[in-house]
Design a protein around this ligand. Structure first.
Ligand code: ARG
Length: 561
């Protein structure tokens, strides 16, 4: 298997020190090397020696290996060992294909998006969709087999209410309707308004759900129309976000209905599920019990999640399952994972990839004027119209069609990058201007950099440009090459805490370096052909790398903005 530079260095360091946990870090300042290790501290402690002395001995050992072909080695007075990659090594390294087979075909299920039918997709689902899709892309890039799972919320007592409302007030949900979801929302709201005067309605809703659960044909037909109209509306949104909905395994909560009764029986027989005050629960250590069945006999979200987890493990046999779901559901997943453990389902690593809320410009939770959750469609519309203003200012000569296309791509990039540039656990803020700022830490800035580089490359005939073996780029170029060799390590690091901010930052830094390079050295008008070609080749590698990285974040590159 091909290795990254960091992995190679680590192997040499582990070999020389005998310390299997030796780590390679990237120092904050290039003066301290491209890479460094503190392994001498660990060894010195074990042997009761001074770190700097041990570091000196290690350096000699390392220089006796092939590492000497890759890097110069220096020992800092503190005992850190610093590595400086050799120019020839760097020049060769960046020409290599940026691929690594870390996953070796192991399967990962990434569950993301998971909206609820009969309701608009909202801003929380946006975060799940953006983060989940990018994580799935990164895992795929690293050689995992990825299953993109969409656990649609399409079952539960609320559908009994909606069916009751439909029977009374006749909704219209044909999936060709412009806004079927608004229609469902109207019925749902009406049901709750009427409920205030007529508490009997509650029972009617329960009765209709019971009928649905037991396979009543009429109710099934109504429920199916809710579902298909909702899925059609979701597809339109996914399309706008550049999410390929064909790639989803769509298995929603309803798919597990037939499995719930037998599953509950099995859990009872195993002594895991017990009756408590008329409800059925699983008791858990250090957390509230998981509720499987309410006193009225209805099953719950938790029950369906257990059934779905069983399906995922038994029928897909994944090495990992990621659930990309908001922070608010942290306890739910702790409980689910604890139940899985009790059931002995431990061959699969389970993780809840949590994320925070979306805040508005005022730093408060983003909401409508009435304090309700914001529909995703509204957000997309707003950012797209702002992006259109930017595009119009930047390029006056575009056709209206091109303007709209570019504005759309810029808008989606602004939304996605603003989300991914931060650690998912934190809340993110919607500062619309900053999100679209072509010179700030934004998606459009990176797209703009790409377009600029693509423009240079196309003016120079799109290469490859011939250079002699010894041709090398000067210092500004070296800074870029040093960045480029870290790409795969950055991707690998995205999978350890399942966060993409490292990749976003990498692309931002690379863009900043590329812009500086272009401003400080001559490229198209450089008279020395050898130099010019070496610079063009480097720009090509940077452009390809930006395209690849943005693609992983789900962001489209543009040839112009
Ligand atoms: N449909 C749920 C919601 O919108 C999210 C589902 C999360 N996934 C899961 N396996 N429970 O809140």
């Amino acid at each position: 298997m091909a290795k990254t530079v960091k992995q190679l260095l680590q192997e040499y360091v582990v070999g020389a020190s005998g310390i299997s946990t030796a780590e390679i870090i990237i120092p904050p300042d290039l003066k301290l090397g491209d890479y460094a290790t503190n392994v001498a501290f660990i060894l010195a402690k074990q042997e009761g020696k001074k770190p700097a002395d041990v570091a000196g001995e290690l350096k000699e050992k390392l220089l006796g290996t092939d590492l000497a072909k890759m890097a110069d080695v220096e020992v800092a007075p503190t005992g850190f060992i610093n590595f400086f990659l050799k120019t020839e090594f760097l020049d060769e390294e960046i020409k290599k294909d940026k691929k690594i087979d870390l996953g070796q075909g192991k399967k990962v299920i990434v569950e993301y998006s998971s909206p609820n039918i009969a309701k608009p997709i909202h801003i929380g689902h946006l975060r799940s969709t953006i983060i989940g899709d990018a994580l799935a892309n990164v895992y795929e890039k690293l050689g995992y087999e990825v299953v993109r799972w969409n656990f649609i919320g399409d079952w539960g007592t609320q559908f009994g209410k909606l069916i009751a409302a439909d029977k009374k007030w006749h909704g219209n949900f044909s999936d060709t309707l412009k806004d079927p979801i608004q229609e469902m929302l109207r019925l749902y709201v009406k049901f709750h308004e009427e409920l205030k005067n007529n508490p009997e309605l509650e029972k009617e809703g329960q009765k209709e759900f019971k009928k649905l659960e037991t396979g009543d044909e009429e109710n099934l037909i109504i429920w199916k129309s809710f579902r298909s109209a909702s899925l059609a509306a979701f597809r339109i949104i996914f399309n706008k976000l550049g999410i390929d909905s064909e790639k989803f395994v769509i298995k929603g909560e309803s798919d597990y209905e037939p499995r719930l009764k037998p599953l509950i029986e099995e859990l009872k027989n195993k002594g895991l599920a017990i009756e408590s005050e008329g409800a059925l629960i699983v008791e858990l250590e250090n957390m509230p019990p998981a509720l499987l069945r309410k006193t009225d006999g209805a099953t719950l979200y938790m029950t369906r999640d257990i059934a779905s987890l069983e399906d995922r493990i038994q029928n897909y046999n994944p090495a990992k399952i990621l659930y990309v779901v908001a922070n608010q559901q942290a306890l739910h997943f702790e409980q689910l994972f604890a139940v899985a453990k009790k059931l002995g389902w431990d061959s699969t690593e389970l993780s809840h990839v949590k994320f925070g809320m979306v805040l508005g410009e005022d730093g408060k939770k983003l909401a409508t004027r009435e304090g309700k959750v914001v529909a995703l469609q509204e957000v997309i519309d707003r950012i797209t119209s702002l992006a259109l203003e930017t595009v119009k200012q930047k390029s006056a000569d575009l056709s209206e069609e091109d303007e709209n296309k570019i504005a759309h791509a810029v808008a989606i990039s602004a939304l996605k990058y603003n989300d991914l540039k931060q650690h998912p656990h934190t809340d993110i803020q919607f500062d619309w201007k900053a999100m679209l700022d072509l010179s700030g830490n934004s998606g459009p800035y990176i797209q703009y950099t790409y377009a600029r580089l693509a423009n240079i490359l196309s003016k120079a005939g799109n290469g490859p440009w011939e250079t002699s073996a010894s041709a090398s780029v000067d210092l500004e170029g070296k800074l870029i090459e040093r960045k480029l060799v870290n790409y795969l390590d950055v991707l690998i690091e995205c999978t350890t805490p399942n966060a993409l901010n490292g990749l976003a930052l990498y692309l931002y830094d690379l863009s900043a370096l590329a812009n500086r390079f272009y401003e400080n050295v001559r490229v198209l008008d450089e008279p020395d052909t050898e130099k010019k070609n070496a610079r063009l080749n480097l720009i090509k590698v940077v452009a390809d790398n930006l395209k690849d990285g943005l693609g992983l974040l789900g962001i489209q590159t543009l040839e112009r903005i």
